[in-house]
Design a protein around this ligand. Structure first.
Ligand code: SAM
Length: 163
């Protein structure tokens, strides 16, 4: 994790209590070719290198039906990010942008998302293209790509909303 002294020109951090208000349960590990942040793409490409999403065994069955989708959304925890920057200087040139106007890994809850191309699933491992995270990045969730997802019939008055 970066230290408070690593601020770039005009960047601003905020003082934070240790986070304690939510607990995530990681469900697997992402294996990619990148071990150094500088080598990682800033955003994945669907024609990028094949990566593996290795699900913990207790979640293998939860993949049932996912192979119907060509692309899926992956959420992961950018675990090596600092989490206290309010203003950031992405280009290190003194110009600043608010954290929520960026897709930077540096954010209060460092969740990364990518739409990836699903090549195949074997024994609880997804083989995908389109990731941009370090090898060993913890996996938070997997969902069908919302653009591929077939919406249910529009709700009628009185219907309960369940998802
Ligand atoms: N596609 C995701 C998104 O838009 O939410 C992440 C984009 S973020 C700009 C991708 C960058 O995060 C990579 O280029 C790398 O510098 C950094 N990164 C990748 N894995 C990381 C990790 N485990 N911890 C901290 N930073 C990471």
């Amino acid at each position: 994790m970066a230290s408070d002294t690593d601020l770039r020109q005009n960047e601003k951090a905020t003082a934070l209590e240790p986070a304690s208000d939510a607990v995530l349960r990681f469900i697997g590990t992402i294996r990619t070719p990148w071990t150094d942040r500088d080598d990682c793409p800033r955003q994945g490409r669907l024609d990028g290198p094949e990566c593996r999403i290795v699900l913990n065994p207790e979640w293998h069955e939860a993949l049932t039906g996912l192979d119907n989708y060509e692309t899926v959304e992956v959420l992961y925890w950018l675990d090596q990010s600092r989490r206290d920057l309010v203003l950031q200087s992405p280009k290190s040139d003194g110009r600043i942008v608010g954290t929520f106007a960026l897709r930077s890994p540096v954010r209060p809850n460092p969740i990364g998302t990518s739409i990836v191309k699903l090549e195949r699933i074997e024994n609880g491992t997804l083989f995908v293209r389109g990731l941009d995270c370090l090898d060993g990045t913890p996996l938070v969730d997997i969902k069908p790509n919302r653009c591929d997802f077939t919406p249910k019939a529009p709700p009628k008055p009185g219907d309960g909303q369940t998802d």
